[in-house]
Design a protein around this ligand. Structure first.
Ligand code: OSB
Ligand code: MG
Length: 374
């Protein structure tokens, strides 16, 4: 496949409610859509999920878009691409920059699925028609506000609830939710807000029958996580630590966790994500699909991945209306008995909604590949 044209569309959609974590607060989803066109006029779409600030990982929207323009897009035009799996190898000499790589790689996957007249899900060997989904709730100002939100999402049918936690925003909140919802599939995500000195606090969290505690310690730490896992009966899940299959192997062999939050954007795209999912299944590590507050393009990619058989635990892949008043794709994703339907149309199975897109587009750049920027 020869790619001839790329378009970078900078979009910002307001979130229905601010999303607060131990890193800070997000009020909108600020992102880029990467549109590729090949010589047959087939389009492929990817979404750049890097955040404005280098807090969750070191990439930012600014650094990632620069890497995409200067290095990644020129690379995919230098030779014919026969399979989407080739892209990961072509990008391999570039260190890090997983979110930039993922945005471009996933656009290539979409284009290949469309040219083979297959849905992306079927193309990657995913057979589910529906996926079970959960919801991730940001830090709240008091336990009552949190209880109201949990109630609302449980009523809507979400099959699992994740609560963000941070020092002074933990025991009291988790306890309140657990008391009101004794049977709810519940978990906590700390976004690396704790360290070894907080052990007694984390030990206290062990009593609430949580599915797992996600990323309690630093984003590069495997050793203290292994020590903590040996002290707790609750599973530890790693998120920020996991940038490649190598990281998953290290975590597994050291005993740093029993579960992996797998995000396409954080591991550089589909090729690495599939390797990780297979490794987890072979090694009895629980693997599930995480989220980055994706808009419609990124959400569609996540759903294709989560439709594979390795993903039994409900992902952080909520319906469009959990995040936005209106999404940039049609159709948007609607909750159906706590599940989302896996699109069956070709490629990612959704199309850009040009009216909505126009409303939230900040800028557009077009690049004729091999020729330059216009
Ligand atoms: O830690 O999983 C996380 C959102 C942005 C950055 C990091 C995380 C999250 C979420 C939201 O938890 C998941 C989602 O609903 O997209
Ligand atoms: Mg997380």
């Amino acid at each position: 496949m020869h790619f001839q044209k790329a378009k970078l569309i900078h979009v910002e959609i307001p979130l229905i409610a601010p999303f607060k974590t131990s890193y800070g607060e997000l009020k909108s989803k600020d992102f880029y859509i990467i549109e590729l066109m090949n010589a047959d006029g087939i389009y492929g779409y990817g979404e750049l999920e890097a955040f404005p600030l280098p807090d969750y990982t070191e990439e930012t929207l600014e650094t990632a878009i620069k890497i995409i323009k200067q290095h990644l897009l020129p690379l995919i035009t230098q030779k014919e691409i026969h399979f989407p799996e080739e892209v990961h190898g072509i990008f391999n000499w570039i260190q890090g920059n997983e979110m930039a790589k993922s945005a471009v790689e996933l656009a290539v996957w979409d284009a290949f699925a469309k040219s083979e007249k297959s849905s992306l899900a079927r193309m990657i060997g995913a057979n589910k028609d529906f996926i079970s989904v959960g919801v991730s709730i940001g830090l709240q100002n008091n336990p009552n506000d949190l209880l109201q939100l949990v109630e609302q999402y449980v009523q809507a049918g979400y099959q699992r609830v994740k609560l963000k936690v941070a020092p002074n925003h933990d025991i009291q909140y988790i306890k309140a939710v657990r008391e009101k919802f004794p049977k709810l599939s519940l978990m906590a995500d700390a976004n690396s807000a704790y360290n070894r000195e907080d052990f007694l606090l984390l030990k206290e969290l062990d009593q609430f029958d949580l599915e797992m505690i996600e990323q309690p310690f630093g984003t590069k730490d495997f050793v203290d996580h292994a020590w903590l896992q040996s002290q707790l009966k609750t599973r530890i899940c790693l998120d920020e630590n996991i940038r490649s299959l190598g990281d998953v192997r290290q975590a597994h062999l050291l005993g740093s966790c029993q579960a992996i939050n797998l995000k396409l954007a954080r591991v550089g795209g589909m090729c690495e994500a599939l390797r990780i999912a297979e490794y987890c299944a072979e090694n009895k590590l629980l693997v599930w699909c995480g989220g980055m507050l994706e808009a419609g393009i990124g959400r569609a990619h996540n759903i294709a991945l989560a439709a594979r058989s390795e993903f039994e635990f409900p992902g952080d892949i909520s319906a469009s209306n959990r995040y936005f008043h209106e999404d940039i794709v049609s159709p948007d994703f609607v909750l159906d008995k706590g599940r989302l339907r896996v699109p069956t149309d070709n490629g990612i199975g959704v199309t850009l909604n040009s009216d909505v897109l126009k409303k939230y587009t900040k800028s557009t750049e077009e690049m004729l590949l091999n020729i330059g920027w216009s």
